[in-house]
Design a protein around this ligand. Structure first.
Ligand SMILES: Nc1ncnc2c1ncn2[C@@H]1O[C@H](COP(=O)(O)OP(=O)(O)OP(=O)(O)O)[C@@H](O)[C@H]1O
Ligand SMILES: [Mg+2]
Length: 393
């Protein structure tokens, strides 16, 4: 029988001990719960994608026998929304259980105005229930007040061994087998993201040859590495203007790769020059997007490729071991993923006459339905959105 749930759902942590590789965060949050009477009113769980922030919030609710009231970014858009939705939630008694936890998932995604943030602070202060917020990045200036009044608990990229152990456990429960080196590679590829590892594992076990899961990714990385080599090592030529068309990555992402690897290639004044150029590309790009002068994207390509190559005069010629951009890239990819998910949910919400929030909540359970071409057509999904679904299922 085909699998109908995702393994990340099926193996969603229930107890503290199910949260792997986050010992210090778990310990901190347990401590904080014990003294929560006099402690801070809110906890922020922050860290890279797929490391267990949302999962941990739900575990806390379970372990403390609390019901959870979850808000998402669109509930937090402005002061009015906050007063409508968050205020009553912070004041009202729990409905079904003794305690209530208010979860503000992905608080860093909110695009609230000044009034919104102030209101959030006020409600955090006055709330009669524990508030847990999650975020990838909490260091934005607009959160400085919020940081002061909450307990910050950081979750880290999960270490290799913890990821591999959990994957082996899952394989055992599923009575499935995967060769050790494929497993090792999936684990490495996850770069500390447990969700990515579990998703890849589920995908791999459904393939006739599980090692296929690695091929696609490996090619992609080869691509980007050879492009970096061309940009950094080659003499600037017209061919540079075309290389970005040959790679299946958005330009924004390539920029992150270049930025990450500039210091490995350049030093001193050259490095400054290269960074300056990259900055110009960024400004240029924003202008293009704002004014929608799409055909100027060509020049952006030129800046990036030809420009960077020519900002180098002497420089390193030997082999450079390029790094993948880690944190920022992940945040960026994750944002893109969330965007796609949101845009699909929006279309579905319109179609089914339900709120976007509910559509997002139901997303994991109905996602598979969106794989049907008929449904895709009905919802008018774009190629990008379909690709997102295929990748995730
Ligand atoms: N530390 C962990 N231990 C066990 N399972 C984990 C852990 N982290 C993530 N997972 C698995 O990955 C899934 C997704 O994790 P979760 O939603 O908590 O990530 P997150 O940190 O909130 O990511 P994001 O920043 O994208 O919201 C969970 O349902 C669980 O199956
Ligand atoms: Mg989350």
């Amino acid at each position: 029988m085909p699998e109908t749930t995702t393994w990340t759902e099926k193996y969603r942590p229930v107890y503290f001990m199910d949260i792997k590789g986050q010992e210090s965060a778990v310990e901190k949050i347990r401590d904080s719960l014990q003294k929560s009477e006099k402690g801070k009113k809110a906890i922020i769980l922050h860290g890279p994608p797929g490391t267990g922030k949302t999962a941990l919030a739900y575990v806390v609710a379970n372990e403390t026998k609390s019901e959870i009231f979850e808000l998402n970014a669109s509930d937090l858009r402005n002061k009015r929304k906050l007063q409508e939705i968050l205020r009553p939630a912070t004041e009202q008694k729990p409905l079904t259980k003794k305690r209530k936890i208010i979860l503000i998932d992905e608080v860093d995604g909110i695009s609230t105005d000044r009034g919104g943030i102030t209101e959030l602070l006020k409600l955090t202060e006055s709330s009669s229930h524990l508030m847990i917020m999650t975020a990838n990045d909490i260091w934005d200036k607009k959160f400085s007040e919020l940081r002061k009044m909450t307990e910050l608990i950081s979750l880290k990229e999960i270490d290799y061994k913890a990821i591999k152990d959990l994957m082996i456990q899952i394989l055992r429960k599923e009575k499935k087998f995967i060769e050790n080196d494929v497993l090792t590679n999936i684990t490495l590829k996850a770069h500390g993201d447990m969700r990515a590892a579990i998703n890849d594992l589920q995908m791999a076990t459904s393939l006739p040859d599980p090692s296929q899961i690695l091929i696609d990714e490996r090619n992609k990385e080869l691509d980007i590495f050879s492009i970096l080599r061309m940009i950094f090592k080659g003499k600037p030529t017209n061919a540079h203007l075309k290389i970005f068309n040959s790679i299946n990555k958005p330009l924004d992402e390539i920029m992150l790769w270049i930025e990450e690897n500039l210091p490995a290639e350049y030093s001193g004044e050259e490095l400054v020059k290269a960074y300056e150029l990259l900055g110009k590309v960024d400004i240029f790009k924003r202008r293009i997007y704002r004014q929608q002068y799409w055909r100027f994207l060509v020049y952006e390509n030129a800046f990036l490729s030809y420009g960077i190559a020519s900002s180098k005069t002497s420089g390193k010629t030997g082999f450079t071991n390029y790094k993948r951009p880690t944190r920022i890239l992940k945040m960026w990819l994750n944002n893109r993923r969330t965007e796609k998910k949101k845009s699909i949910a929006k279309k579905y919400a319109q179609y089914a006459h339900i709120g976007v929030k509910r559509a997002l909540k139901e997303f994991p359970t109905i996602e598979r339905v969106f794989l049907k071409p008929g449904v895709q057509k009905e919802l008018k999904l774009t190629q990008d959105e379909i690709e997102y679904l295929n990748k995730n299922n």
